[in-house]
Design a protein around this ligand. Structure first.
Ligand code: 5GP
Length: 143
């Protein structure tokens, strides 16, 4: 269960990714944010933007980090839609288990959308690493 008033858990999967303790397909990194491929994508090109600041939900995020996440999301979303030729995209972020959050480190989802194509289930099916790497290469080419 992730609750709105939870303390930050240094062992969460995104904290491990930030420390370099977990393998990860990075798209973009700067001093305040990291963008990487979601390993259980709901659409081709689904990726995540996280702050380096330890924050569980939006309510824990400093305004400075929130602004940095939005700036990175804007850069990455522009590259993703070009890379997967998407006519639209969604940005989503869930706060607490009650809202469907499964990883207790704040993150913004970037989800390319195509007309008539439904999203896959949330955090359900791991994608093949070779497929994720191929999509990541296409996205990086626009960054
Ligand atoms: P949430 O449910 O918290 O909004 O989203 C968490 C997202 O993280 C899900 O879309 C899920 O597929 C993704 N995810 C879970 N574990 C990992 C992981 O180890 N690596 C990456 N890159 N994504 C993960």
């Amino acid at each position: 269960m992730i609750k709105l008033d939870d303390a930050y858990d240094e062992q969460n999967i995104f904290a491990k990714i930030l420390r370099g303790d977990m393998p990860n397909i990075t798209l973009y990194e700067d001093d305040k944010t990291l963008a990487f491929m979601d390993i259980m994508p709901q659409a081709v090109g689904h990726c995540l933007v996280i702050p380096k600041e330890p924050a569980v939900t939006f309510l824990d995020l400093s305004e400075d980090s929130a602004a940095a996440v939005m700036a990175t999301a804007k850069k990455v979303a522009a590259a993703v839609v070009k890379a997967v030729d998407a006519p639209g995209f969604m940005m989503a972020q869930l706060n607490s288990s009650a809202a469907g959050q499964t990883v207790p480190h704040y993150h913004m989802h970037i989800l390319p959308r195509h007309d008539g194509l439904d999203l896959e289930f949330h955090a359900r099916k791991p994608e093949d690493m070779a497929v994720l790497n191929e999509t990541a290469d296409k996205i990086r080419a626009y960054l």
